[in-house]
Design a binder for this molecule. Structure first.
Ligand code: GLN
Length: 307
């Protein structure tokens, strides 16, 4: 009951915040209603607490990076992913080309575009369709339901993702890509175009909080070690160049996406899925960050708090 009240209070508190702007560099994302705002909290016991537009579908975008990283670690071991992709924050924008150049071709971490494309390329599959099937099925197991591709957003991003294609070619030129560059970008673009709602994000995050067991379906999606490693990367890199401020204020591993989603994970407890399309300059949902900060404080979730 108390958790329900707090989730509703977080929604009421920030529903009028109108700072930030809706992403439009992927043309289809500009159609989002800036006032959409949904919150969902799912516990490792499967309990669900929601407020607002928790059932509105949007594309998962960069939040997919966290779960594809987990799938890659599960498939080939975290040492190989670490060695190929890295785990340090770039301190630069999520789509930075300079970050790759400055670091001798290293994508630096799996939560920026370069690292995510390199991670998708690491999945041990024989062709593009199998790579896509592994990603879609894996993310669906995290969500506990089959996730569909938003064809319109996929098409829109495919027509405009020249920068991501350039990043992939650059990685290829450094010998950093384990698959064909165009194939890796295409599967990456599809994974970003999977449609989810705030509830799905909370279930996916709660699976990471629960040692890899989906609290709704009971399925072991990845190992507890993979969850630990994924959450540590989210703590340092989940909100791009704002990751330090986020960890300082909120104290939870999290991942944001440019359509306005955020998943924040409280290990052993559960996860918050937030959705609101207005973004700060780094590409993180403004209301989503504030609501997570409020809930982290009110529920005592900050990992670094001793009291
Ligand atoms: N698909 C988007 C891109 O590659 C994801 C970016 C994001 O959510 N920050 O640009």
């Amino acid at each position: 009951m108390r958790v329900d009240e707090l989730v509703h209070a977080a929604h009421v508190r920030y529903a009028a915040a109108d700072d930030g702007t809706v992403a439009d560099y992927i043309p289809a994302l500009a159609q989002a209603d800036p006032d959409w705002f949904g919150l969902s909290l799912v516990g490792v016991d499967g309990g669900v607490h929601e407020a607002g537009d928790a059932g509105i579908r949007f594309t998962i975008q960069s939040i997919s990076k966290a779960f594809v990283f987990a799938l890659a670690c599960e498939a080939i071991g975290h040492e190989r992913v670490h060695e190929r992709v890295g785990v340090n924050n770039t301190g630069l924008a999520f789509n930075s080309v300079i970050a790759v150049e400055l670091n001798a071709g290293s994508p630096m971490n799996p939560m920026v575009n370069a690292g995510a494309i390199a991670t998708t390329a690491l999945l041990p599959t024989s062709d593009a369709e199998e790579r896509w099937a592994v990603v879609r099925d894996g993310l669906s197991r995290f969500a506990g339901r089959p996730l569909d591709l938003d064809e319109e957003v996929y098409r829109s991003e495919t027509e405009t993702n020249h920068r991501n294609r350039a990043i992939a070619q650059l990685l290829h030129s450094y010998g950093r890509l384990a698959a064909d560059a165009d194939e890796a970008v295409d599967v990456y673009t599809r994974q970003c175009s999977l449609a989810v709602d705030a509830h799905d994000l909370a279930v996916m995050g709660a699976t990471l909080a629960d040692g890899g067991v989906n609290p709704v379906t009971g399925e072991q999606v990845v190992s507890a070690e993979v969850c630990r490693d994924t959450l540590s990367v989210l703590a340092s890199c989940g909100l791009y160049e704002r990751s330090g401020e986020w960890l300082f204020e909120i104290g939870l591993p999290a991942k944001s996406g440019v359509s306005g989603g955020i998943v924040a994970v409280a290990p052993g407890k559960g996860a918050v899925g937030a959705f609101s399309p207005r973004l700060d300059a780094a590409g993180n949902s403004v209301r989503g960050q504030r609501a997570c900060a409020y809930l982290s404080r009110a529920l005592g979730l900050n990992l670094f708090a001793s009291a």
